[in-house]
Ligand binder design. Sequence first.
Ligand code: ZN
Length: 350
Amino acid sequence: MRWVLIFSLWACSGSSGKNDSAETNAEADTDADTDADADADADTDTDTDADADTDTEPSRVYATLVSHNEQDNNPGCAPVLADRIEFLKNRRSTLDFAEMVVRTGAAWDLQTDFRYLEQLAEWEDAAELAETDGKTLFKYLTDTYPDQIVVDPHNHDTPGINYADVAAMLEAIGVPDTGVVGGFLYYPAEDADWQRFEQPLDALSHPGFSWQGQILWGPATSGHSGPDSEASGLWRPTSAEDFHTDDPTQSLVAIGMYKEAKFEEGDGAGLVELLDDLEAGAFEPGAVITASLFYDQCGFDDAGISDTETFIDSLSDHVDAGRLVWATVPDVVETWRTTYESNPWVHNAP
Ligand SMILES: [Zn+2]
């Protein structure tokens, strides 16, 4: 038994601002989240030769675990956000997931909306904090495992709260800013909402605070109208109309999650496909191949964590051979900039 299948789709659907009615319908609830992508441990593959021609840099798959928590209108998170006992069980499962990530040598972008942060502030007490060095959960995770766990903002616009407000809440508890936008709309073009990150975004409820997004993770479609982006790679989107084409004059970097990113549905098949293709010689050297495994944080349970651990362990030969690097999203982008000289690579664009 894996995590409760609450959402048939992993992509945040567009109507971030509208919400409740759509979300009570499991079919309509595509807006549960956006997702995923991959990252790798930049430290393990730093190019030792600064003058090396990037054309000769071996292609590798950079993979990342990515999770979302949501707002009260999300059927998976509603019971977790409404009841302290349920919330603290999920906090425990989140710690268990973190320990699995550390144990397996994987990497995780935990992407959070504002409601989970509010309930941490309200419901963590001395007993919980004693388990996490006296620190609130996300501060503990990023302080303790900075090479393997980062926390990024995720948000569905709601009155008074946008991405910059979530970033302000993370800053207030001492979580490092990653610059990662944890989910956005890219299609249809008239609904695309990522261009607002081309300049600092002003918070709505934190006067004087603004946030500069730098990395776009989780391209989703409005109302799940498709086509979903199942691209892999790193590039700088040209425009809303031409999202998957690189324009080196643009500053925002998009990272692809590839196919079947939602782990409870795809069992990691997209990542395995990329690794098999790489091993078979399908890609020219110099490719930063990316994939994500996506999770609903509110659905974390022992069985799902165990399944993920088994899957990650099954890929150890690829890690040992240098084909697979686990890394957080910001670390993948850093490796792309330093080792691959920001050479764009886009595979399987819709
Ligand atoms: Zn979401």
